[in-house]
Design a protein around this ligand. Structure first.
Ligand code: ZN
Length: 130
């Protein structure tokens, strides 16, 4: 298993990790299989979408609208970041991408994002190619 270390800068932020994942897939030498990208944190997610500035902002706006901060969540009584956990629930913790001929089978407009929901923080993403 390989790891990607990240340092996020915003409270909610999309970080494109596509190139790093591609490098790791090449490094493993796997020709045909599945690449699993997994975040080990309860207040972040992994998604695939288009890396376009407006789209990235739209996703942040959507998360802010769907799960507003400080809405009387029970977890806020001990940690004050319930909204971060709840946003992560909507996003999911991993994505699986087919690998063929040694490369990720991503569509033209598909990029892999680590989504920070409780930044800024140091984060770690696991990448496993099997
Ligand atoms: Zn918490």
């Amino acid at each position: 298993m390989e790891r990607i270390e990240l340092k996020t800068r915003e409270s909610t932020e999309l970080v494109d990790i596509t190139e790093k994942v591609k490098e790791l897939v090449k490094y493993t030498g796997v020709e045909s299989g599945i690449c699993v990208i997994f975040t080990r944190h309860t207040t972040s997610g992994i998604i695939i979408n288009e890396n376009e500035a407006g789209m990235k902002q739209d996703i942040v706006t959507l998360l802010n609208e769907l799960v507003p901060k400080g809405k009387g969540y029970l977890h806020d009584r001990i940690d004050n970041n319930a909204h971060s956990h709840l946003r992560a629930v909507l996003l999911g913790t991993s994505v699986s991408i087919p690998v063929d001929r040694g490369e990720l089978v991503l569509g033209t407009w598909q990029s892999i994002f680590f989504v920070e929901c409780d930044g800024p923080r140091r984060r770690e993403v696991c990448v496993n190619v099997v």
